[in-house]
Design a protein around this ligand. Structure first.
Ligand code: G3P
Length: 515
């Protein structure tokens, strides 16, 4: 332990849906210190999903403090941390009052479906058919645009602030950057291209706010401050920490978490793809320097933007429920005490016993986009055990991943050869083997799975003198590490076909259940 003066480090804030963390990486992309804090998710009504914006900030600040203590206790100095990156849950919408710098309401979290009636109305509005081509996203409850619109119509505090032109809007990156810089006293109100591409306000080709999109949602820019859109890697745009043990250190990178995971896997070439099994599960496929608009239910998004012509786009398949399905088994049904034990529970049975669980707690996202689908369990008999339901829960993510891969193949004309994975559920061997079997694809898991946090550290390091100098250098560093594990497909094609047919029928039957 301990360090020479030449050693340098980059910190990474990873603000996710259920927890915040701060990880300090060394030049070899290995984590040397970290801290994680879970915070409360609020579900006040069916379909609602809130975060307290102050929890997001305080949990990040606490993680920075604790991880730095750990770092210093290992003999390192804070002056060796050259820069900080931020990565975050995307789409989640925060509204604050620019005169006080304080949040006006709870943050509306990305899987929230309170907007489904609004979305239904918007789908019938003139201009709705142009949205996908302009911004890459289909109209659904998922993006920030409908969340902000709903708040300006239904939340008194937000409506009033909007009418009085006091309203500031941001996704979680913007809110954190604003607060960590000192809030209204050192007002930095920015977002990066990847996060902005999730709002539905940004034109995917120009990477600037688009008047046609804003006017479709009837968002008047003179009444709400939108964050300035900047590249994901930048030495000046994101300011620096205003307080705490790392006070003064620059924030030099910012990426939405799924983009960050692609960068963490060093998926810098067209054709590279990754699947991150977090709260939800998100498959990103690098399509190169021009966006590809999907015809088969995928999203088109900015993969990363390192400025000066180094912008890449991705096709994305978003699954709303992955780890949150496991949490549901644990917290709501009491099946296990620890989410890491779900794999063991699934292994108590040889197969799903005919059970299919469409985990559509927030409707179904890609490639189906069924806003009114509800979580539905099929095939229960007296034979059904908890193990079968656990297995069906894990399989739900794997089936959706297969559907996304098929859509990607149709959109791109290429079959993916392998899938790089990370995130909580990727720790489970049975889940990764099931994924390989169900989708007939080789699944590749790196030893170091803090890939999401690493991506933001890379974005920050690349923008900072004296850190990494090129993306190929990073590819070599990360891909020369031992401990990668490959899961090859071995399942019986006939059995898999039967399982997948059942899944597709179950998806159809999960539609239109009114609660
Ligand atoms: O789009 C939502 C996504 O960014 C959330 O990621 O890791 O919290 O599931 P995660």
């Amino acid at each position: 332990d301990g360090a020479t003066e030449e050693e340098w480090f980059v910190g990474s804030i990873d603000q996710g849906t259920t927890s915040s963390r701060f990880i300090i990486f060394d030049r070899f992309t290995d984590p040397v210190a970290s801290h994680q804090i879970e915070f409360e998710n609020h579900y006040p009504f069916s379909g609602w999903h809130d975060h307290d914006p102050t929890d997001l900030v305080s949990s990040v600040e606490k993680c920075i403090e604790k991880a730095t203590e750990d770092f210093v206790s290992k003999g390192y100095k804070t002056s060796q941390i050259k820069a900080i990156g931020i990565t975050n849950q995307r789409e989640t919408t925060v509204c604050w009052d620019k005169t006080t710098g304080e949040a006006l309401c709870q943050a509306v979290v990305w899987p929230d479906t309170r907007t489904k009636e609004l979305v239904r109305d918007l789908k019938n509005k003139t201009g709705a058919d142009r949205l996908l081509d302009l911004c890459g996203l289909p109209l659904s409850t998922y993006p920030s645009s409908v969340k902000l619109k709903w708040l300006t119509q239904n939340h008194d505090g937000v409506r009033k602030a909007y009418e009085e032109s006091r309203l500031a809007f941001g996704t979680v990156d913007s809110w954190l950057i604003y607060k960590l810089n000192g809030g209204k006293d050192r007002n930095i109100h920015v977002t990066d291209t990847t996060n902005a591409s999730r709002t539905m306000f940004m034109n995917l080709r120009t990477c600037e706010y688009d008047d046609e999109l804003l006017s479709f949602f009837e968002i008047d820019r003179s009444k709400v401050d939108l964050p300035k859109i900047v590249p994901s890697s930048h030495a000046e745009a994101f300011g620096s920490l205003a307080s705490g043990p790392l006070q003064g250190i620059k924030i030099a990178g910012c990426l939405g978490d799924q983009s960050s995971a692609l960068v963490g896997h060093c998926g810098f070439k067209p054709g590279h793809a990754k699947n991150t099994y977090g709260t939800g599960c998100f498959l990103l496929y690098n399509v190169g320097s021009e966006p590809v608009i999907s015809k088969y239910g995928l999203l088109s998004t900015v993969a990363y933007d390192f400025g000066e012509g180094q912008r890449a786009y991705a096709l994305e398949g978003s699954i709303a429920v992955a780890g949150s399905g496991v949490k549901f088994l644990m917290n709501n049904l009491g099946f296990v005490r620890d989410s890491s034990k779900v794999g063991e529970l699934a292994e108590t049975v040889p197969d799903n016993g005919g059970v299919v669980f469409v985990t559509a707690f927030s409707g179904l996202f890609a490639p189906y986009w069924i806003d009114d689908a509800k979580g539905t369990l099929f095939g229960i008999t007296q034979h059904t055990q908890r193990g079968h339901i656990a297995r069906a829960t894990l399989e739900a993510t794997c089936f959706q991943t297969r559907a996304i891969l098929e859509a990607m193949e149709k959109d791109s004309g290429h079959k993916l050869e392998g899938l790089a994975v990370d995130g909580g559920m990727s720790n489970s061997d049975i889940t990764m083997q099931t994924q390989a079997d169900i989708s007939f694809i080789k699944v590749e898991r790196p030893e170091m799975r803090e890939t999401t946090a690493l991506g933001a550290a890379i974005a920050a390091g690349i923008a900072t003198k004296g850190c990494w100098t090129s993306l190929p250098e990073l590819f070599t560093i990360t891909h020369s590490k031992p401990g990668r594990k490959t899961f090859d497909p071995v399942g019986s094609p006939k059995k898999i076909r039967l399982m997948y047919n059942r899944w597709e029928r179950a998806v159809e039957m999960s539609r239109g259940w009114v609660t």
